[in-house]
Design a binder for this molecule. Structure first.
Ligand SMILES: [Fe+2]
Length: 685
């Protein structure tokens, strides 16, 4: 009955004790290291016992396997912390890194790591992925039976019959046991001999389950971890889980959870039939193994060398992944003889890449240089002058935001910014509240910057014209009538301008990624970005998961697709994930001289605030749809849109602004803020 491993590796950090059971695979093949994380109320033997051995299964394929025995279980001291989950995530990351770099054969060829977690171990695996994907070569993550639901503290008996016991009372009610194991006829009863049960199952830790059931942890996991993951995800639950009894009950909860993986390049999700939470013990466990094996094989087949900048993430090559951002010549659009070539290049860029440089933009050099000069001058005003136009003054969410106020993908962004928009009057009291997204700008004191407003408005006028023309060019590139998209815009349409300064981060080390703005997709129709200084910093992620730098090219704008255009075209146009990376070397020129702060200026082309999914009825020609082979990509686009713009774009955007700028919301929309925060919790209960 002993579990099989070659080496027991103890580890202790921050008062948390754990160990790894390491089983060496085929050294010559150097396949990815498989890491297993068991759930609450079970031990590492869950993955390796006489009846069921996930360790043996992976080992038989040639992998090194690290089966982690978590703090509090199988002889490891029970964590003293109130937040044992939060506290152990960084400890797991350190431990996995240590085993990967010291023990695994995969380390010789950067073969990578794949995480498999069960139950709470699934929640850990996903959290580790989100937190460590820039540090460890994680190829993918698979979670089974991790179905967080807010406010379901059902595992703890209330009132607690043994408050002094840190472990919860063992469940003996057969009805509840079936919830874990599934119906009796689904169970591998031979596997449940008392000796094995004693080895595999151990009463869970109360503090752990309390933390997992808390609103804070739910919010962390579902609203921060899931969307932050940028590697392939396998997300599996059983037909009978702790929080549901059958597939019908499961479906809305499960689909909601799956939809939160908005940045994962692929999500292989399934509700596994005829089995319970501890699916390994069902008669149908073979289905689970086939799923895991297929997921792992796919990751290996596509694994490739690390990206050129040394980033250790997402090193999987997909067919058709772009390797550079194309440059398109806008001058070609003007002449009938070159227009077909222009449209062909535009089609390739918007379908395959989602990003392109545009040269010969028609924006006069002097307009652009005066705009840049005035924008930088605005940042250089004394802080008190900038605070005169702080965003909190504006119910339209326009104005100044100080350094480090925004959070993207779990971390604070390192930038200072001003939001402006097409100058529009505030809406009347009879109009829907979301129209408050439109309104007048907060202009800086003209005594301090007399030429600022004219310079900004002149530049915005030129970009508005360009945006207007791309509305029809994109339609034509997709073989639609030039006016096909007109119905999706307001008249006048509000476009937004964001002026951004990224100061050089203090104390950053060479070759270390520093988040300027975390990985995200824009939500607009198109973004028109001017990189105001020569810094490299903007990076886009191709379908292989590799980050490619979008170096500034003088005289060009960078144009990229937002989620609104992606949704309007049913996913045919790609909204591509991008980020700003403030590595120390990005702040030096070729001679090693400092470039000073990085500035970039983005204009986001809006769409109608009244637009809802039901109004999107464009029929894209089949030959264009065929360019995107992956049906899933298209259906995901629609799901994401519905998720983001619940109702219509105006309502969805207002709620998004309210939750991301809570200081503004507290002042102008206190009732709605409270509702929005409550709704976030209640939505899928
Ligand atoms: Fe962006």
């Amino acid at each position: 009955m002993a579990t099989t491993f070659d080496e027991k590796i103890p580890f202790e950090k921050n008062g948390l004790q754990l160990y790894g059971l390491f089983k060496r695979g085929d050294q010559d093949r150097a396949l990815p290291l498989v890491v297993l994380l068991h759930g609450g109320g079970t031990t590492a033997a869950y993955f390796d016992n006489s009846a069921v051995s996930v360790v043996q299964n992976f080992h038989s394929l040639g992998h090194d396997v690290l089966n982690i025995s978590r703090p509090g279980y199988a002889g490891n001291a029970i964590p003293a912390s109130e937040k044992p989950m939060t506290d152990s995530i960084p400890v797991f990351i350190d431990f996995i890194e240590k085993v990967y770099t010291e023990k695994s054969s995969a380390r010789h060829c950067n073969g990578g790591i794949v995480l498999f977690g069960h139950s709470l171990g699934g929640a850990f695996s996903l959290s580790i992925t989100a937190e460590a994907q820039d540090r460890l070569p994680l190829l993918g993550v698979s979670a089974l039976g991790c179905a967080p639901v807010p406010d379901r503290k059902i595992l703890l008996v209330d009132p607690d019959p043994e408050p002094s016991n840190p472990r919860y009372v063992v469940e003996t009610n057969p009805e509840n046991i079936r919830k874990f194991m599934g119906e009796v006829e689904w169970l591998n009863l031979d596997a449940l001999e008392p000796e094995l049960v004693a080895q595999v199952f151990e009463p869970g830790i109360k503090s752990e389950i309390r933390e997992f059931s808390s609103d804070e942890f739910y919010d962390y996991l579902v609203n921060r971890v899931y969307p932050a993951i940028r590697v392939p995800v396998q997300y599996l639950c059983a037909e009978s889980e702790i929080v549901w009894g059958n597939e019908k009950e499961a479906r809305p909860i499960f689909d909601n959870l799956v939809s939160r993986f908005t940045n994962a390049p692929e999500v292989d999700s399934a509700i596994l039939p005829r089995g319970g939470h501890n699916y390994e013990f069902s008669l149908n466990a073979g289905t689970l193994w086939e799923k895991r094996k297929t997921f792992l094989k796919k990751l290996i087949n596509k694994a490739a060398s690390f990206s050129s900048n040394g980033a250790t993430t997402n090193n999987i090559v997909k067919e058709g992944a772009f390797t550079s951002v194309p440059v398109i010549d806008y001058a070609e659009a003007a002449s009938p003889s070159t227009r077909p070539a222009f449209l062909k290049a535009l089609k390739a860029a918007i379908v395959n890449v989602g990003f392109f440089y545009l040269k010969n933009t028609g924006v006069p050099d002097d307009v652009q240089s005066e705009f840049t000069k005035q924008s930088i001058a605005l940042f250089n005003l004394p802080l008190e002058k900038k605070l005169e136009i702080e965003m909190v003054n504006s119910k339209h969410f326009l104005g100044y935001a100080r350094l480090g106020q925004e959070i993207t993908a779990l971390k604070n962004d390192y930038r200072e910014q001003f939001d402006f928009a097409t100058e529009l009057p505030a809406p009347g009291p009879e109009e829907p509240l979301y129209r408050n997204l439109r309104g007048p700008n907060q202009w800086p004191d003209p005594k301090a910057l007399p030429h600022f407003r004219a310079a900004i408005e002149s530049y915005m006028d030129h970009i508005d014209k360009l945006a207007e023309s791309f509305k029809s060019l994109v339609a034509e590139a997709l073989d639609l009538p030039p006016t096909a998209f007109d119905q999706f815009f307001d008249y006048p349409q509000q476009n937004k301008l964001k002026l951004i300064k990224y100061p050089e981060p203090i104390n950053s080390k060479a070759n270390e990624d520093v988040q300027g703005v975390g990985p995200h997709k824009d939500s607009c129709f198109l973004t028109f970005l001017m990189q105001g200084t020569p810094h490299t910093g903007l990076e886009v992620q191709n379908k292989a998961g590799t980050w490619l730098p979008v170096k500034p090219i003088p005289g060009t704008l960078v144009i990229n697709i937002g989620r609104a255009l992606e949704a309007i075209t049913g996913g045919v146009c790609t909204a591509t994930t991008h980020r700003v990376n403030l590595r120390a070397e990005n702040y030096k020129d070729a001679q090693g001289n400092s470039l000073g702060p990085r500035y970039s200026f983005a204009i986001f082309q809006g769409v109608s605030l009244d637009l809802g999914m039901e109004k999107i009825n464009i029929s894209i020609p089949q030959h264009i749809k065929d360019l995107v082979k992956d049906e899933k990509v298209r259906s995901d686009a629609e799901a994401t849109f519905n998720q983001m713009f619940n109702g219509n774009i105006g309502e969805g955007t207002l709620i998004a602004r309210i939750t991301s700028h809570q200081d503004v919301a507290q002042r102008w929309y206190p009732g709605l803020l409270a509702q929005a925060l409550q709704a976030q919790k209640d939505k899928y209960q």
